[in-house]
Design a protein around this ligand. Structure first.
Ligand SMILES: *Cc1c(COP(=O)(O)O)cnc(C)c1O
Length: 401
């Protein structure tokens, strides 16, 4: 017998759970893509995306996943031979840097390891050493989904300003937008990239680049920009056919429309608060399990933990055993390791991640935690007691007595 029939919960850090209303919005015949309603839809989406990103400056949509937005962002403000400083706290900044190198951009990578946020002092030193201002940009990831570390983007902005460094601040918020608080304009971020399939609760396929007036001016000075990635024409959403450089992703746009309605109706502050509450419940449970046996949160300092995803160390092969048991016996799929590339590495089997981004509530979190607790007991993996009690107390939040 397997007790996994019933609604499956994909608790990986993206693609995230899709609301039924979003799915239903896509279940309809295709529109005339040459009609004004298409342009109006695009204009409304862009306006609301800016509200979610807390910017009044520029935004562009692409038919792309997160990797596409990395290339879009790079292609608009950097050219072959330019140099950037990349701050790596897991897997994703390395991915962005690799993409930059393949565009002929020189990358200076500072690697802060898998368990720590960006060390601002080291960034300050690197910027001070760059006396000729060779770095045209600083690339950072707000929440690294592999390690679940959250970086201090305000601190990073301050360090760049104190160094009087003219480089653009470019931030990957693919995991964090709509989960961890982020205010693009207030943080002085020049280029921010995001995608639709994590906090924004829409099936994968739409990518977004938000950019400041300063970044727009840098783009204006570029000698050549790939016509597909050029964000200039993507600032005129009522150009209904040209906007997407061809056929628009019609049904993803219908889905995104409803997803943004859900988010804005809840309100950004409430969305952030909900994610923080749910994350605290998960962290409390893992800490209780970890009181005995091999389990441990990858990020030990609570201040540096993301509200969107939690990476857990459990030792090999228990990570894979637990993930397999949950998907086969409980109807829950957890995320794989710390973004380690090599499955043949025994260490690969020593981690799991819980995605808690977007369309998630208390019962889903308690369901995942309860299933993990059952898995630990069934598999005989040593763990501390009281994890579900600890989660309940944390999830009671300010209503607790
Ligand atoms: C998911 C993710 C990406 C990659 O997005 P894809 O849509 O898979 O290309 C990049 N950066 C971060 C922080 C992510 O969470």
């Amino acid at each position: 017998m397997s007790a996994s029939n019933g609604r499956h919960y994909l608790a990986i850090p993206g693609p995230s759970a899709i609301p039924d209303e979003v799915l239903r919005a896509m279940h309809r015949p295709g529109p005339n893509i040459y009609g004004q309603p298409q342009g109006d839809l695009q204009a409304g989406l862009l306006a609301d995306l800016k509200k979610v990103a807390r910017t009044t400056q520029h935004a562009a949509m692409y038919i792309a996943n997160g990797h596409g937005t990395w290339e879009a962002a790079l292609a608009n403000v950097l050219a072959c031979g330019d140099r950037v400083l990349v701050l790596a706290t897991g897997r994703f900044a390395h991915g962005w840097a690799t993409m930059a190198r393949q565009l002929g951009i020189e990358t200076e990578v500072i690697d802060f390891g898998l368990r720590s946020p960006v060390d601002l002092q080291r960034v300050s030193d690197a910027l001070a050493a760059d006396v000729n201002h060779r770095y045209k940009a600083v690339l950072a990831v707000h929440v690294d989904t592999a390690t679940s570390v959250r970086n201090d983007i305000r601190g990073l902005r301050d360090v760049i300003d104190s160094a009087n460094h003219p480089g653009l601040l470019m931030v990957d918020c693919i995991a964090s937008l709509g989960c961890d608080p982020f205010e693009t304009d207030a943080l002085g971020v020049d280029v921010m990239v995001a995608a639709c399939q994590k906090g924004l609760m829409t099936p994968p396929g739409l990518g977004f680049v938000f950019f400041s007036e300063r970044a727009a001016q840098v783009r204006a000075q570029m000698r050549l920009v790939s016509s597909y990635w050029d964000w200039t024409k993507r600032c005129s959403p009522d150009e209904f056919y040209e906007y997407f450089c061809g056929t628009p992703p019609t049904h993803l746009l219908y889905g995104l429309r409803v997803a943004l309605d859900i988010i804005l109706e809840e309100g950004m502050e409430a969305v952030w608060e909900r994610h923080e509450l749910l994350a605290r419940g998960i962290h409390a449970a893992v800490e209780a399990w970890g009181a005995k046996g091999p389990m441990e949160l990858n990020i030990t300092n609570p201040e540096h933990r993301s509200c969107a995803v939690t990476a857990v160390r459990i030792g090999a092969p228990q990570g894979t055993q637990l993930r397999d048991w949950l998907s086969e016996q409980a109807g829950v799929t957890l995320g794989i390791g710390l973004g380690m590339a090599d499955r043949s590495d025994p260490e690969w089997h020593g981690f799991f991640r819980i995605g808690h981004m977007g369309h998630v509530n208390r019962q889903m979190v308690m369901g995942v935690l309860g299933s993990i607790d059952t898995g630990l007991k069934t598999l005989g993996i040593e763990h501390g007691n009281g994890a579900l009690d600890a989660a309940s107390v944390a999830l009671a939040g300010k209503h607790s007595v």
